[in-house]
Design a protein. Structure first.
Length: 148
C-alpha cells in the first residue's frame, strides 16, 4: 500500500474545499493542508501499528509486523523460531501457578482452539513473551511522521 495515496487524497479534498470558498478559504486550505496531511499520515501509521500488535497477540506462532519502506506500507508475518532451535534443553523444572477460575478457563479454551495441551500452550506463550528483544518491528511503535 502506498502511504502517499492517503496524503494525495487528503490534499485533493482540501483543495476542492478551498475552491468552494474562493480566495481566503482557498488560502487557508492551502496552509492547513501540509499540517493535516502530516497529522493524518501519523494517525494512519499509528492505527496500522496497533492493528499489527493486536493481530500478533492472536497469532500463535509468530508476529505480524508493519513495515515501512519509503512510501510503501506492508504487513509481514514473522514466524517465531521453533522451540528446538532456541531451546535450552528439555523441560525439567516445575512451578506451581495459581490462577483464577476465569483465567484458567480462558487458557484452556485458547489451548483447545489451537489443538494444544494447556502445558504446551503455556510453555509457548512463556517462550514467546520472555525472549530477549531482537529489535524487530513487531513490538515497537512508530510515532510522528518524517519527510525526506
Amino acid at each position: 500500500m502506498k502511504l502517499s495515496l492517503v496524503a494525495d487524497a487528503l490534499r485533493a479534498e482540501l483543495d476542492e474545499l478551498g475552491d468552494l470558498g474562493g480566495g481566503p478559504v482557498a488560502e487557508a486550505a492551502g496552509r492547513l493542508a501540509p499540517v493535516l496531511v502530516r497529522a493524518t499520515t501519523s494517525l494512519v501509521l499509528g492505527l496500522l501499528s496497533e492493528a499489527a500488535a493486536q493481530i500478533s497477540a492472536d497469532v500463535p506462532d509468530g508476529d505480524v509486523e508493519l513495515r515501512l519502506a519509503g512510501d510503501d506500507l506492508s504487513f509481514a508475518y514473522v514466524a517465531e523460531p521453533s522451540p528446538a532451535a532456541g531451546s535450552e534443553g528439555e523441560p525439567s523444572a516445575r512451578i506451581t501457578l495459581r490462577l483464577s477460575e476465569d483465567l484458567k478457563q480462558r487458557v484452556e479454551a485458547r489451548a483447545a482452539a489451537e489443538g494444544l495441551s494447556v502445558n504446551t500452550w503455556v510453555l509457548r506463550q512463556l517462550e514467546r513473551r520472555s525472549r530477549p528483544s531482537s529489535g524487530s518491528f513487531g513490538r515497537s511503535r512508530l510515532h510522528g511522521y518524517g519527510t525526506s
